[in-house]
Design a protein. Structure first.
Length: 288
């Protein structure tokens, strides 16, 4: 999938979610439904997230320069973090509003609530389908996809709540559903925030076992020991490795480096490495 196709898909979902947001805000205001207004708020965060994702993808594609030697790939992670924090802000606002409404009987126009909720549901399902193949591309696209996925679920909640209220007149369900939606939004952003911060702190990439990488390098022919091993991620896809390797004195050291690189690519999908080979004398000096 080309970057141009990704940008085009994000563009279409932005337009679609602007329409959904406006519809649900007007519908929520006219109907008096907090659940519908909370869904409109979530959709507004979707629009923000998608716009950030769009520009995040654009900037991430920029080439490395002499000033930014790693390029701008970490923009993707920064954008994902902002998106997740926006989710938290929206969910907190909705919970506060829901608490303020407890004990207050709020008349709700169920026809508008269910009708507009249905528009939001179909719009979000279509948006999820558009970005479904992109969600595994990187953390940024995962965050954008999560916005849409959870909003589709919350739209279902709005519709179901409206139907139950229609038959039971239990209007407090509208407030309860808005809190459930908010907690779901909050939880959805948590994993993205944790993953983003882990990358920023240059932690060992998720799914990579540090000890296993070290042991595999030691098993390469003519390798004696490994030290100063570092594993980190530039973005949610690109893993980097650097290390010092103490080796036997050999005629062609390139063979050792090639063997290590082939193993790292095959076993751990690591293709960006910096490997410093050291002979016995240097290894002894660094061991002191």
């Amino acid at each position: 999938m080309t970057h141009e196709h990704t940008h085009e898909k994000i563009g279409w979902t932005i337009i679609l979610n602007i329409i959904i947001t406006v519809s649900e805000y007007i519908g929520g205001t006219l109907s008096g439904s907090l659940a519908l207004l909370s869904d409109a708020g979530h959709n507004l965060s979707d629009v923000t997230a998608l716009i950030l994702s769009f520009f995040g993808e654009k900037i991430s594609d920029k080439k490395a320069t002499k000033k930014h030697t790693f390029g701008f790939k970490r923009t993707e992670v920064f954008t994902a973090l902002i998106n997740a924090l926006v989710l938290w802000g929206i969910s907190t606002y909705i919970i506060v509003e829901a608490i303020n409404r407890f004990g207050v009987v709020q008349p709700i126009s169920l026809g508008i609530m269910i009708g507009v909720g249905s528009i939001g549901l179909f719009g979000n399902i279509f948006s999820v389908m558009i970005l479904n193949k992109e969600k595994g591309k990187n953390l940024n696209m995962k965050a954008a996809y999560l916005h849409l996925f959870y909003d589709a679920i919350s739209a279902v909640g709005v519709i179901v709540t409206g139907i139950i209220i229609y038959y039971t007149h239990f209007y407090v369900l509208d407030i309860i559903m808005s809190i459930i939606i908010s907690l779901m939004i909050f939880w959805g952003g948590l994993n993205v925030i944790k993953s983003s911060l882990h990358i920023f702190m240059q932690g060992v990439p998720e799914g990579i076992d540090f000890n296993k990488v070290e042991d595999k390098i030691k098993k390469i022919k003519n390798v004696k020991t490994v030290h100063d091993l570092h594993l980190w991620a530039i973005d949610s896809n690109e893993i980097r490795l650097s290390c010092h390797v103490c080796v036997e004195k050999v005629k062609n050291s390139d063979d050792i480096i090639n063997s290590i690189n082939k193993m790292l690519l095959k076993e751990f999908n690591i293709e960006h490495t910096t490997i410093q080979l050291e002979n016995t004398d240097i290894c002894k000096a660094e061991a002191v």
